[in-house]
Design a protein around this ligand. Structure first.
Ligand SMILES: O=C(CO)COP(=O)(O)O
Ligand SMILES: O=C[C@H](O)COP(=O)(O)O
Ligand SMILES: [Zn+2]
Ligand SMILES: [Zn+2]
Length: 354
């Protein structure tokens, strides 16, 4: 199957009440891990590449790694999504490269650090929607800045994130603004800020409602019922992976992620895409450290990449099962992007705002 539109997958997830993890990928082993996990459980796939991934691997490698996955697993509906595009020009570049979905992150200015105002965000996102939908490509936007509600720190850890202190109004997406934003842009999916942040250091304790505002999801969803909500910074940071990393020579500090049961609750109220990068990093690092510690004589990279890839696969499989993706892939039609473009043109995919 050729690459499919993210809108098609998320529409299917909405009708059938499940969520799809969007995994960040940077190299061969991560692509293989996600795809084999999806194949084992019959899950649809969103592979996303950040600017950091494109810098690390190079654009031709990212493009061809993901296209290779469509050849190896032709029966799996697969979206190639650009994560955190910082400008319309970056999004246009991704569309030209063959991405079937793009994120225009206009919550921050082009530097990826300075919080932007609402008018700027609307303007850049609307421009991306106009060009992307002509090609049947889906658009995710973001309203509100990801950040830690305990400290007010936006916490730039992965190259994308506001710098310095933010107030709570900047770190929690406002339902009324979300409604205005969707009306003005017509985008397909909206990343919301509810207290999650990128990277491993999200919460100093297991989060409760005051620092992870899942209740916001319900309020936002009520206003924009067919715009798919996206949770960034949604790694769960499994304690056993932290312990394993530290057991085999690592020095990670105590930290907590987003509990899977909170994500499951959010899925009931309109969250359809759940971004996960850090958990794959932790799983691969833990497995790799363990293998090299136990086999100090080994030096073939394939030998330590194999357990790392296997650990990433297990993590991905677990999330597919927990978010309800099992057996959904064969039920997805896999429309061509041309068909989806025609549906946008006819107004069939217009957003509802209440
Ligand atoms: O949101 C993300 C990518 O856009 C990744 O979040 P994590 O750092 O929690 O995995
Ligand atoms: O959005 C953040 C992702 O975790 C990507 O991280 P990265 O910029 O290090 O590739
Ligand atoms: Zn952002
Ligand atoms: Zn993100």
């Amino acid at each position: 199957m050729a690459l499919v539109s993210m809108r098609e997958l998320l529409d299917h997830a909405a009708v059938n009440g499940y969520g799809i993890p969007a995994f960040n990928v940077n190299n061969l082993e991560q692509v293989q891990a996600v795809m084999t996990a999806a194949d084992e459980v019959g899950a649809p796939v969103i592979l996303q590449a950040s600017a950091g991934a494109r810098k690390y691997a190079g654009e031709p490698f990212i493009k061809h790694l993901i296209q290779a996955a469509t050849e190896q697993w032709p029966h799996i509906p697969l979206v190639m999504h650009q994560d955190h595009g910082q400008s319309p020009a970056v999004c246009q570049g991704a569309i030209n490269l063959g991405f079937s979905s793009v994120m225009m992150d206009g919550s921050l200015l082009e530097d990826g650090k300075t919080p932007a105002d609402f008018a700027y965000n609307v303007d850049v996102t609307r421009r991306v929607v106009e060009m992307a939908h002509l090609a049947g490509v889906s658009v995710e936007g973001e309203l509100g800045c990801l950040g830690n509600l305990e400290t007010g720190e936006a916490g730039e850890e992965d190259g994308i994130g506001a710098v310095g202190k933010l107030d709570h109004s900047q770190m929690l997406t406002d339902p009324e603004e979300a409604a205005q934003f969707v009306k003005a842009t017509g985008l397909d999916a909206l990343a919301i800020a509810i207290g999650t942040s990128h990277g491993a250091y999200k919460f100093s304790r297991k989060p409760t409602g005051d620092i992870l505002a899942i209740s916001r999801v319900k309020e936002i969803h009520a206003r924009i019922p067919n715009t798919h909500l996206v949770m960034h910074g949604s790694s769960s940071v499994p304690q056993e992976l932290l312990a394993m990393i530290n057991q085999y020579g690592g020095q990670m500090k105590q930290t907590y992620g987003v509990p899977v049961e909170e994500i499951q609750e959010a899925i009931k109220f309109g969250v359809r895409k759940i971004n996960i990068d850090t958990d794959i990093r932790l799983a691969m690092t833990a497995a790799c450290r363990k293998f090299l510690f136990e086999n100090p004589d080994k030096f073939d990279a394939r030998e330590w990449l194999k357990p790392a890839r296997e650990a990433a696969k297990q993590l991905c499989k677990q999330r597919y099962l927990e978010f309800g993706c099992e057996g959904q892939a064969p039920k997805i039609k896999g429309e061509t992007l041309q068909v989806v473009a025609a549906r946008y043109a006819k107004g069939e995919l217009a957003q509802v705002v209440r």
